[in-house]
Design a protein around this ligand. Sequence first.
Ligand code: NAD
Length: 289
Amino acid sequence: MRRIGVVGAGTMGRGVTQLFATSGHEVVLVDVSKPALDAARDSIRSAARLAVLVRPGSAPPPAEEVLGRVTFTTDLALLGDVEFVVENVTERWEVKQPLYAQLDAVCPAETLFGVNTSAMPITRVAGATHRPGRVIGTHFMNPAHLKPTVEVIRGHRTSQETVDRTLALLEQAGRKHVLVGDSPGFVTNRVLMITINEAIALVHEGISSPTDVDRLFKECFAHAMGPLETADLIGLDTVLLSLEVLHGEFGELKYVPNPLLRRMVEAGRCGRKTNQGFYPYGSGNHDHE
Ligand code: NAD
């Protein structure tokens, strides 16, 4: 596969674009927001420059070459000749569902749809299209261009050919995978979101500070990041939406978002993307190298 469509140019879409453009694919990146596309271009340029500086031995392509492979657009019709679409729009059903109807109309019948959602069942998304056999979960980790492994989700109607072609594409891009069945939150986020929510509850109740929660996970369990640093990296708005999806799907109280999480999102403190979450951040490049 040479031509890839990426929809959504936020935290995930820009990393996914970076990954495929760096591995030699032509990418059409679509967002409804022009500022999001501009911010994605800046972020891709600085991450590509950084890669040349910090990993010269792996001969990453120059930033201008990476950017030269990307078309930044608000026009969904430009996805008319892509072979694979990775969808990364906001984690809301009322946003994803109409988009899939549009994608279904614009893309050739053979085009595969990779759903990059944090928690939505892939079978539900597939049901919003006329090609349920060609819809698969591609749960990239953040930042997508730096994380080695993708959680791949087989929906109830995903065909074996779709699985094979998706795994081949990921291999082309130098990515490993773990293939799992369909469940809200899959494996990663059923565990991670509840862990983050509980860590937030501990801060909310005054039992511990964010720094101490994270230190315990890093120093006692040798995790690279603590749960609250991870929440800031994901985006607290996306964590909140993911918990709401999990709660809606399972109906279990353990998924009810902690009030402190809601207040932080309402206050615009969404983590790295807004320069303030459980920790303050500078306004520069927030990618982890
Ligand atoms: P984000 O809020 O940073 O970006 C979402 C982007 O989608 C925005 O730029 C918005 O303008 C765009 N958008 C909204 N509606 C659109 C439409 N109809 N057409 C085109 N673009 C549209 O969100 P994000 O963190 O990048 O998350 C995107 C998806 O990836 C969500 O489903 C999320 O659950 C999932 N995800 C997030 C992470 C993470 O760590 N943030 C990891 C894996 C998966």
